[in-house]
Write a protein that binds this ligand. Structure first.
Ligand code: ATP
Ligand code: MG
Length: 492
């Protein structure tokens, strides 16, 4: 009995209670709300409904950031919202969301209008529980994940107010992500919130409040049951954030990282022969941090040495023979498991497979071939990955890397001169080859084209119809005579 009372008192102290809705009666102006968003709210209000800006857009405007999307919460039912606006999309009617589309040329192009809900996010992601439309804003805010996401703004002219029952503004000032209410319960309701916490903190440069953090530690196993698509979206946003190094270590410390990518666990135990680098995982995470903020490139960076634990051999020195090939396969399997697209998976796979290329021996011909095979973005990413890799191995950031700099200069030069690099860019095509050599369609045509392609990769000035025509005839003569030799020797 006594224990129960103490627990009740503790609970009362620990978990915040919602404060009174409005702090005072002075208008609270929220800067930078687009006129059209206000128009949508006004139209709802003119029809006798409540309408508040809620969630991420309020948070972002208070921080002076540009919101990704604009959300309005209302007591109007989805059908009523649809009737009030000309162009709507029933984005999530079941969950009460109607997208209202703006007239052409207006920004933002859409506003999400959602009926007050009592249920946001559910225990079982595959079978969301029935959504109960609550009737009040307070219920709606109480179901949101974090205090900084649980504020609403009333835009009525002259009556503008910030409604902040969970003291989100205070947490914005302290730069803290704090769960609304009882954090463990909130994470049990929806495990994605644990990843959202890290993602939001990484994007905003915030930290996790201590109790929220402790709750994630205890509930981390919940992420196993999440749909992979939801996990993927959060992971990619964490990687693209300004501070992935902090976020990835935070995930590791909270017990989230190895649940999502168990293949990384052995890298945590593998020491590095690099000055000041604690483990292979440390090296991998530093590599991510040194890459430009493209999430796919950064995922490749995180996984670029994932083949090392499996290929480790200890002789006189430690070796990881062929780790880039083994690693590319492991990484591709991870990418598929995370439901990345085929193109994204191939990008990660090829970057990792190629990341050990010998920088000193890459010729212009190699660069042209890479450009033809993979395209400019890929070549730039391969160079960026390699640069990040050496910075993450202890190379000082303020020293130039002459080899990679040379490679980049050559790449720019090749692109500037728009030298041909794809087979399709040849000045002669298959039909020309057949006409010049008097051939019928067949494998010999493709072989001849590939020969010409190799020659042009070496020397792009050869790429004119005349020069290629000459080369082609010469190639054909040589081929005929060596073919005859072959036949003679066969007979002998
Ligand atoms: P951003 O738009 O930058 O991704 P956001 O906070 O706006 O960040 P959204 O996914 O757009 O995130 O969600 C809008 C709002 O809905 C959030 O601010 C939050 O209040 C609420 N919300 C979203 N997902 C959840 C969830 N899993 N559990 C509880 N509330 C959520
Ligand atoms: Mg949003």
């Amino acid at each position: 009995m006594r224990g129960k009372i103490i627990r009740a008192v503790r609970t009362f102290r620990i978990f915040q209670r919602p404060a009174a809705l409005a702090d005072d009666s002075r208008p609270f102006l929220l800067p930078g709300v687009p006129a059209w968003v206000l128009t949508v709210a006004t139209r709802l209000q003119a029809a006798g409904h409540q309408a508040f800006l809620v969630g991420g857009c309020v948070r972002d405007r208070l921080l002076g950031r540009e919101p990704k999307d604009w959300d309005i919460a209302t007591d109007a039912r989805p059908e009523q919202v649809q009737q009030l606006f000309e162009h709507t999309v029933p984005t999530g009617i079941k969950y009460g969301t109607v997208t209202v589309l703006a007239p052409p040329g207006t920004t933002p192009s859409r506003v999400e209008v959602t009926t007050f809900r009592r249920d946001i996010g559910t225990r079982d992601q595959r079978h969301p529980a029935e959504v109960v439309f609550g009737s009040s804003l307070v219920d709606d805010l109480a179901r949101r994940d974090f205090t900084v996401n649980a504020m609403a703004w009333d835009p009525r002219p002259g009556h503008e107010r910030l409604l902040d029952p969970w003291k989100g503004r205070q947490d914005l000032q302290r730069r803290l992500i704090r769960a609304v209410g009882n954090p463990r319960e909130r994470f049990r309701e929806d495990a994605l919130r644990m990843l959202r916490a890290v993602r939001l903190a990484a994007e905003l440069g915030f930290r996790l409040e201590a109790r929220t953090r402790a709750a994630i530690r205890r509930e981390a196993a919940g992420v196993d049951a999440l749909s992979r698509e939801r996990v993927r979206d959060e992971l990619l946003r964490i990687l693209a954030s300004p501070d992935p190094q902090w976020a990835l270590w935070e995930m590791q410390d909270l017990g989230l990282l190895f649940r999502i990518i168990p293949e990384l666990e052995p890298t945590y135990h593998l020491p590095q022969a690099k000055p000041g680098i604690l483990s292979l995982l440390d090296h991998l995470i530093r590599t991510v941090q040194h890459c430009p903020p493209d999430p796919i490139l950064r995922l490749a960076a995180l996984l670029h040495d994932i083949g090392k634990p499996a290929t480790l051999t200890v002789g006189e020195t430690i070796h990881f023979h062929g780790h880039e090939v083994a690693g590319a396969e492991i990484a591709a399997a991870i990418a598929r498991r995370l439901r990345l697209s085929r193109a994204e998976t191939e990008r990660i796979e090829s970057l990792i497979r190629m990341h050990m290329f010998s920088v000193a021996t890459v010729t212009r011909k190699t660069l042209r071939r890479w450009l033809g095979q993979y395209g400019e973005e890929w070549v730039r990413q391969l160079i960026a990955l390699r640069r990040a890799d050496s910075l993450a191995s202890g190379m000082p950031a303020d020293e130039p890397d002459p080899w990679l700099d040379r490679l980049e200069d050559e790449l720019n030069e090749i692109l500037h001169r728009s030298e041909a690099f794809r087979l399709e860019d040849l000045a002669l095509g298959g039909r020309d080859v057949m006409r010049i050599l008097n051939l019928k369609p067949g494998p010999a045509v493709g072989e001849a084209l590939r020969y010409l392609y190799e020659r042009v990769l070496e020397d792009p000035t050869l790429n004119t119809p005349d020069k290629l025509g000459e080369l082609l005839k010469e190639y054909w003569r040589n081929r005929q005579s060596s073919g005859e030799e072959g036949r003679t020797s066969e007979k002998a």
